[in-house]
Ligand binder design. Structure first.
Ligand code: ASP
Length: 330
């Protein structure tokens, strides 16, 4: 773990750099000057040299899309391959920060430098804000030397990028890695077809929880919308309404048409194990692939990374079932 000598500070928006507007807090440019000014107060000790990159326009991360993730990947690669950076700190809004951390974990597989994401619950400059603590704390961690892969730095803690979730909207310790069963086999060498050099295209993925009262028509409407993958949030250990023959038939039919059907548990500390209940086995027979103990964020980001790389349904299911970066195995 080499100390970072030249950091890419990639600003994408979020509360950390927001300014008040008539409608409430809004994304704002001009953050580089504010960081440079604050750095004089912090002192340059234990901080790397850094260059600033900005994705324009800066956004409220509620507007995060696959295209934004691809733009981040492109800016990160430019920073490393052309500008000589050896670590990256991404600044973004907290609302979808865990989704971005997960997506980048899979989009940047094999990248030879560490990537950390942070943001803030209160804007920089507001009294009591966590912005400078998070930003300079993350910079200091990178200066000391971090492992390759994607992590989130928040409230003085570093967390695995493909395991973390935002669980609070009202406190500085907004991000947590909950203990979930890790049950999968580590993939061996990551092939070039799914590493960071592989170009990706946006794809159509939907996420839907099972809930009492769900009808075959609801799922059918979603499946006929052209989705390439449907991430189903199942009950408990991977069950669903298995006595609904029409619903199971809709799933089976979609799977036969090439749609990837993936299953996570709705339980914050759960994992999918289809065979425990007959109601789970039937979902597996309909074509669902288990995400084990992966979070929703990780499963969504992984599906995007695999499908976006142009892999077939069978290839996506194969790589989805293996652990690629610590998302489903220790
Ligand atoms: N809505 C903001 C965002 O995600 C919240 C934050 O940054 O904390 O951009």
């Amino acid at each position: 773990m080499a100390a970072c000598k030249r950091l890419l500070l990639l600003y994408t928006g979020g509360t950390i750099g927001m300014q008040p507007s008539a409608d409430g807090l809004a994304p704002a440019s001009g953050f580089e000057a504010r960081v440079r000014e604050q750095q004089i107060e912090e002192g340059a000790d234990h901080l790397p040299d850094w260059v600033f990159g900005e994705l324009l326009p800066p956004i409220d991360s509620a507007n995060m899309s696959q295209a934004n993730w691809l733009a981040m990947v492109s800016a990160i690669r430019t920073g490393i391959e052309q500008d000589g950076c050896d670590a990256v700190l991404v600044l973004q809004g907290t609302d979808t920060l865990a989704y971005s951390a997960a997506a980048l974990s899979f989009l940047l597989l094999g990248l030879p430098v560490p990537v950390v994401l942070t943001g803030a619950m209160l804007p920089a400059g507001v009294e009591g804000s966590d912005a400078w603590r998070n930003l300079f704390g993350a910079m200091r961690a990178l200066h000391q030397g971090e492992a390759t892969g994607v992590q989130v730095y928040f409230n003085d803690a570093l967390m695995h990028g493909a395991r973390v979730s935002k669980l609070r909207s009202d406190a500085f310790d907004a991000f947590t890695v909950l203990p979930r069963q890790r049950d999968s086999q580590r993939a061996g060498q990551i092939p070039k077809a799914i590493d960071y050099r592989q170009p990706r295209q946006p794809v159509s993925i939907a996420v839907l929880p099972f809930y009492p009262g769900i009808q075959a028509e609801h799922i059918g409407a979603l499946l006929s919308s052209g989705v390439q993958a449907l991430l189903l949030e199942c009950y408990g250990s991977g069950t669903g309404p298995s006595d609904n023959a029409a619903l199971l038939a809709a799933l089976k039919h979609a799977h036969e048409r090439g749609v990837v059907l993936a299953a996570i548990s709705q339980c914050p500390q759960g994992h999918v194990e289809f065979g425990v209940y007959a109601a789970g086995s039937q979902l597996q027979s309909a074509g669902l692939v288990s995400a084990g103990g992966m979070t929703r964020e990780a499963a969504l980001g992984k599906l995007f990374s695999l499908l976006g790389a142009g892999l077939s349904q069978t290839e996506v299911e194969h790589w989805f079932s293996l652990d690629l970066c610590g998302e489903r195995a220790d």
